[in-house]
Design a protein around this ligand. Structure first.
Ligand code: NAP
Length: 248
């Protein structure tokens, strides 16, 4: 049987670790050639080697998603190397948690810039190629924090809610070119980002999940494979929650 992403070319930002790395691994497993993009060159190349390396259709690229030039180079280099671009995953993210009382303007700006400017740049550059191709899928990683709002995350919740509005507006602009844009909202997922949380807060959040456990990065990756494949060919502008029922 042909693999779900046979012959497709995908880019994943923030792919050196965590959810992005697992998305890249899973897309590759389902037949895609994948470019992993992240800030740190060594970590990114190492991650790409783990999955299969350039000989296996898997390469690493340095890209700070907040840089217009680097995002343009990422998309152009992908098309130069692999000849097309079918799936672009805006996954890179950071947190700078603090209460409103303590949060600095720099914490707010940093989070908004990586998530919103980064995702917007990724959408703009990837969709320019895809509209010419007359096909493509863009998946933006939002968060359930953008649906429910988390205290201590006013910056992050605003950014992740903003990604939903951005997804829908952009999806409307490019739908008639057969380019689809959707968002995924993970809940509590076990990654280096959440490993930084105090264990008691992590346990408390886990207890709030109807399925009574945190999710794994592979469970987010499954939704991305679906949105990147022909199985979702008539789905655009939507948000898929991967949260074990949290905030349903
Ligand atoms: P993670 O383990 O911290 O991985 C994020 C990756 O993005 C890191 O490699 C990071 O590099 C990279 N990155 C940060 N800023 C970047 C930039 N400007 N340009 C390019 N890459 C950048 O986080 P994760 O938990 O896998 O999260 C991945 C995505 O899922 C994020 O958008 C996050 O908000 C979202 N999410 C996560 C959860 C969760 O529970 N983990 C839940 C909902 C949504 P450095 O390490 O060098 O900073």
């Amino acid at each position: 049987m042909e693999k779900l992403l046979h012959d497709k070319v995908a880019v994943v930002t923030g792919a050196a670790q965590g959810i992005g790395l697992e998305i890249a691994r899973t897309l590759h497993h389902h037949g895609a050639r994948v470019v992993l993009a992240d800030l740190d060159e060594e970590a990114t190349v190492r991650a790409a080697e783990q999955i299969g390396g350039p000989a296996g259709g898997c390469s690493g690229a340095v890209c700070n998603v907040t840089s217009e030039e680097q995002m343009q180079a990422l998309v152009a280099d992908t098309v130069d190397t692999y000849g097309r671009l079918d799936l672009f995953v805006n996954n890179a993210g950071i947190t700078r948690d603090a209460s409103l009382k303590k949060m600095q303007v720099s914490d707010f700006d940093a989070v908004i810039t990586v998530h919103l400017r980064g995702t917007w740049l990724g959408i703009r550059e990837a969709s320019a190629v895809m509209r010419e191709q007359k096909s493509g899928s863009i998946v933006n990683i939002s968060s359930l924090s953008g649906k429910a709002g988390n205290p201590g995350q006013t910056n992050y919740s605003a950014a992740k809610a903003g990604i939903v509005g951005l997804t829908k507006a952009a999806a409307k602009e490019v739908a008639h070119h057969n380019v689809r844009i959707n968002a995924v909202q993970p809940g509590l997922i076990r990654t280096p980002m959440t490993a930084a949380m105090p264990p008691e807060i992590f346990a408390q959040r886990e207890a709030d999940v109807p399925m009574k456990r945190a999710g794994e990065p592979s469970e987010v990756a499954g939704a991305v494979v679906f949105l990147g494949s022909e199985l979702s060919s008539y789905i655009t502008g939507t948000v898929i929650e991967v949260g074990g029922g949290r905030y349903m």
